[in-house]
Each structure stands twice: as C-alpha cells, then as structure tokens.
Design a protein around this ligand. Sequence first.
Ligand code: CMC
Length: 389
Amino acid sequence: EGLFTYDPGFVATAATESAITYIDGAEGVLLHRGYPIGELAQHSNHVEMCYLLLFGELPTDQEYEDFSKTIRNHTMVHEQLANFYKGFRRDAHPMAILCGVVGGLAAFYHDNLDITKEEERRVSAIRLIAKMPTLAAMCHKYNIGQPFNYPRNDLDYAENFLYMMFGNPCEPYETNPVFAKAMDRIFMLHADHEQNASTSTVRLAGSTGANPFACISAGIAALWGPAHGGANEAVLNMLDEIGDESEENIQRFIDRAKDKDDPFKLMGFGHRVYRNFDPRAKVMKESCDEVLRELGQDDAQLRIAKRLEQIALEDEYFIERKLYPNVDFYSGIILKAMGIPTNMFTVIFAVSRTIGWISHWNEMITNGYRIGRPRQLYTGYTQRDYPAK
Ligand code: CMC
C-alpha cells in the first residue's frame, strides 16, 4: 500500500527516456529527431526517414545510396515462407497472417540474432524494413488467390509495394506517381509516434531480451485493435454502417457517438495526446485531396466522411472534448480510393510503423534496460481455505 503509483492507461507515467520523437499534444507538434513531420512529409521520403529514425541523423547522399541499396538487397523473403501463408484459410484476416509470419521470421533469419551486437541488430532492422512490404502484399495476394509477386528492386519503396499489391503476371504494370507519392506519405506519417500502445508493447517484449522479430510481432498484435491501428479500417466500416448519406442519418450517428449509453464512437476522431489537432492529419488531408482529384472520384462514402468531419468540427460535444479527426480518418479514405481493400489498412500501418518499433527497440538495447514489470493493486480475495470435500 502506498508503494506504487497507480496510473491505469499510463496517462502520467513515463516508462523510458527517448531521443527519437517529440510530441506536444497541446500545440499539435510532432518532431522526429527534431525535424517537424510537415517538413519531412514535404521534402523527405520513407527510406530516408527510416535512416533518420534508426540512426539519428539525416543521411548524406552517399549514406542514402548505400542504405537504400542495402534495403533493396533484402526485399525478398525466404521461399519457404510461402508455405506458411498456405496454412491459413484464404479468408484469414491479413493482420492474423502478419502476426504469424513476422513472428516466424526468427526461424528463417536466426543467423544475426545476437542482440548485444550492434551490427546484428542493424541487420535485423534492415531485414524488417525491407521485408515488411513483401510480407504485407503477400497477405493480400493470398486472400484474393493470385500468385505472390517477387519484389522489384528497380522501383522505389512505395512503388514496389503497390506493384506487389496490384501487379499480376498477365499484364504490364504501370506505376501511378500520384498513388506512389500518397503511399510513401502514408508510410512516413505513420512511421513513429513515441510511446504509443504498440511501441510500448515492442519495448516491453524487448525488455525480456526476446528477438526483434518476436518483438515486432507483439507490436503488430497490439496495433490491430480498433482504438489504435485498427482505426483506419474501423473508419471505413463505420462509413459502411452509416450507409445512407442523408443529413438525418448522418446526424443520427453523430448523436449516437455522443450518447454515453451507446458504445458507438466516431472512428478516426480523438487522440490520447493531441488535444488541439493532429499534425499528421493536416498533411494526410492534403494527400487525400490530391488522390481524389487524380481519380476524379466522387463517391457516397467520401461525401459522408466530409460531412461527418464538418458536423463534428462544429458540434459542442466534440469541441469541448477537443476531438479532431486523426491521421487515420484520412488515411482510410486515401487507401480506399486507391483500391486497397479495407482489411489491408492496418497491415499498411504495420509496414509504416515497423521503423518506429525497431528504432525504439534498438534505442532501448543501446541505452541499457531493465525488464519491464508493472506492479498492480490487488483487489481479489485475501487468503482463504480450500473447501473441504
Ligand atoms: N467519439 C465519441 N466520443 C469520443 C471519441 C470518439 N471517437 N473519442 C473520445 N471520446 C470522448 C470520450 O467518451 C470521453 O468523453 P467523456 O469525457 O464525456 O467521458 C472524452 O471524449 C475523452 O476521451 P477518452 O476516452 O478519455 O480519450 P482516450 O485518450 O482514453 O482515448 C482514443 C483516445 C484515440 C482511444 C479515443 O479517442 C478513440 O477511441 N477514438 C476512436 C478510435 C481512433 O480513431 N483511434 C485512432 C487513434 S490515432 C492512430 C493511432 O496512433 O493509433
């Protein structure tokens, strides 16, 4: 009693020091290694951001060349992994498949698993960054019954992912530069977000000395939930559920979100840390407009999304509670417009967040750590006797 701080949900407990990402929720600021996310989204690309997050500095031209070449060298996955996929039902959720195959990577790449050696940690990090898009696209191809595509190293990171998702052996594949740019931005905007639930999970798993593939698999599991990475998928499911775009119907759902007796929440709204606006959402909204312009798309779900956003931004309930659209409100809409199936949205979040997870894991091992072991306030029975029979 009195020994522990009781902080459910960790709203006021720092579990670690970190020099990777800074967030000021009140001001809507997000910095990676000191650089504002808006500037990175404007001028950088995902591979360069991976270098920055992992190593702490932007690469020189030569360092960038070398790093991106190393990543390209690792994009293929062990051929036997295809069998792993085949053990799943065709209609398995791709997040379920991803948890399994990423955890399973340790069985294929156990040659560099001495986590006390910096060079070996680096190899595992590169393998994860390089292979995640391949593994993710394989989930989709397996679901739709098409052959897996080998990665194409002549394409850049985002282009290659889109190719592995949408290319097929019967037709020539053409990159759409607007889609590739939007995809790369989605990767960048989800790359890291300090001690969120999945990153904290990766650190906690890592604090036992578990191998990095196992730790990232734990992170993927934590990301899956609708309160976290599952939100982008949940946004589209919500738009589906709303269905009818009449004003009364949309208002009915807004009222449901405000009703404490109704579990319905406005998915893609609110954030534990951002209480002003989500700086990622601002950039994502721009991308969203670009993609929709390119497609000339005007569909009912998108109109519902726009209307929901408008109503919520003017509604006292949301204003008082500082609930704004978060990054996932717009990312879901972009992904849908590009033809990516809803069940792949969280998988794409996992591909993006892999660099954040592995950078935090590497930082923890580098800086030294103790096993993470939260305490509890026990509320059960005091000792009692086993009933006599
Ligand atoms: N719709 C309706 N009411 C909401 C919502 C929402 N989306 N989010 C929060 N509230 C209400 C909540 O009921 C509470 O009301 P009251 O004070 O009257 O009890 C108040 O706002 C404060 O919310 P909270 O539940 O204390 O906030 P939290 O920090 O515990 O939860 C959250 C943050 C993101 C889990 C939550 O806002 C939520 O469930 N949002 C929808 C899911 C979502 O979009 N998640 C993605 C987050 S961004 C991507 C990522 O990094 O994972």
